[in-house]
Design a protein around this ligand. Structure first.
Ligand SMILES: Cc1cc2nc3c(=O)[nH]c(=O)nc-3n(C[C@H](O)[C@H](O)[C@H](O)COP(=O)(O)OP(=O)(O)OC[C@H]3O[C@@H](n4cnc5c(N)ncnc54)[C@H](O)[C@@H]3O)c2cc1C
Length: 395
């Protein structure tokens, strides 16, 4: 994909030329959508900004294993980073997509109550969303809901008109191009294996393949390592259990819905969220090509394994059929899975994103981003701005 006004002009030394004599201004660990968004904000001529990524390409982990939804900011506690950055990110993403021709669609979403008891919860969600600043939320009676979505079953619904979908890969391509245009360099197949605080910043040790190791220093180090971000914080000397930084993996599986059923709804259709918002409930998502999926589920796991258990098909079918009676068992096929990097363990209350400079832990210039689960994709332009603000405060 081509983006406007992007002519490459590397202003920092090529990664291959960097030596211990050279000091990076800013080093970002991880070229997922978050690391790329931050790089796009920070890159500027004359500033040496590097993004280190262990994989061959950007966005190969959580950033390509999600629902691709631009959330409206309903579910998160008032004043939390999740609420603030999601609301700001929603607005910025639509503007960005329009300006840069990145694919997106403001489809809108319905959260459906399946019984009278859930109507009260829907009203609470509406109030929460309004307090956060989510746009245009409106309660719908059953007949109003049926007018919009005749094939959906329920007793009432909450309409969120500012929810939409985005081509996340194109968004990452845009952030990467912006970062490179500003002079930043993305170095692939570079796994960070050591972080040491030194007098004037951090010594970072990087492994290429299994053997070659290389160290350099950086003034500011930004940890956007997604599922490994707690390990990076630990490498820097933080006691992650004491700091509340230990991540819990929570797997979300998706089943595709075939049989031409994608023509039967126009919006994203959600049930009530799971307790403590572990997940948003197995819902219908549509992508920009009109493909329909059910998911994601929410199951805490011990390791990273993206296989979808076809034995879960029955549970998906049963949870969807009440709200979406047109779905038949044979329409469902296992599709893909993603893993949420959660700070919140199975028994814990909702946790916010951690995005902070660690000066108070004796580590000034180390900026940690942990627990960047949903609405992380939606929040990216706002996270980029927020972290740029933290960096400005340090430099
Ligand atoms: C099932 C699911 C559904 C979701 N749906 C939505 C949604 O609809 N809308 C929404 O807003 N958000 C959604 N999210 C959240 C969103 O996907 C994430 O917040 C976002 O992708 C996180 O991006 P990231 O860059 O932090 O992490 P990642 O994409 O995981 O990137 C981290 C990068 O760091 C690299 N890395 C790790 N360790 C090292 C190392 N030692 N050295 C070098 N590189 C390293 C990794 O290789 C990786 O590329 C969903 C998440 C999941 C799991």
């Amino acid at each position: 994909m081509e983006f406007r006004n992007l002519g490459f002009q590397n202003s920092c030394p090529r990664w291959e030329d960097i030596s211990q004599m050279h000091k990076a201004d800013v080093t970002i660990i991880g070229a997922g959508v978050v690391g790329l968004a931050i790089a796009a904000h920070l890159a500027s001529p004359g500033k040496a900004v590097y993004i280190l990524e262990k994989n061959e390409r950007f966005g190969q982990e959580t950033s390509s294993r999600h629902s691709g939804i631009i959330h409206s900011g309903i579910y998160y506690p008032q004043g939390s980073l999740k609420a603030r950055l999601c609301i700001e990110g929603n607005r910025l993403l639509y503007e960005l997509c329009q300006r840069q021709g990145i694919g997106c669609s403001r489809l809108g979403k319905l959260i459906v109550a399946s019984n009278e008891e859930e109507i009260k919860q829907l009203q609470e969600l509406q109030e929460m969303g309004k307090r956060n600043g989510a746009e245009g939320l409106r309660m719908l009676s059953r007949s109003e809901m049926k007018n919009l979505e005749p094939n959906v079953e329920g007793v009432a619904a909450l309409l969120s008109p500012s929810t939409g979908i985005i081509d996340a890969n194109a968004l990452m391509g845009y952030f990467a191009a912006r970062a490179k245009e500003g002079g930043a360099e993305i170095a692939y197949r570079k796994k960070v294996v050591g972080i040491e605080k030194v007098a004037d910043g951090y010594q970072v040790t990087v492994e290429e393949g299994d053997i070659e190791r290389f160290s350099f220093t950086t003034n500011i180090l930004i940890n956007c390592a997604g599922l490994q971000s707690d390990k990076m914080a630990e490498l820097a000397g933080i006691d992650i259990v004491k700091a509340g930084y230990k991540l819990h993996y929570c797997k979300g599986e998706y089943f595709s819905v075939g049989g031409g059923k994608n023509k039967l709804v126009k919006r994203l259709i959600y049930p009530m969220p799971e307790p403590k918002v572990t997940g948003l409930g197995v819902h219908i998502t549509l992508d920009l090509d009109g493909r329909m999926r059910l998911g994601p589920s929410a199951e805490y796991v011990d390791s990273i394994d993206y296989t979808v258990d076809s034995g879960h098909k029955e549970a998906f079918y049963n949870s969807a059929k009440k709200m979406l009676p047109f779905i038949e068992y044979d329409d469902l096929e296992p599709e893909m899975a993603g893993i949420r990097p959660k700070l919140q363990g199975p028994e814990d209350d909702v946790r916010d994103f951690v995005i902070r400079d660690e000066s108070d832990k004796g580590l000034p210039g180390l900026i940690n981003l942990l627990g960047i689960e949903s609405p992380g994709l939606t929040s990216t332009p706002a996270i980029g701005r927020y972290v740029a603000g933290l960096v400005k405060g340090i430099l």
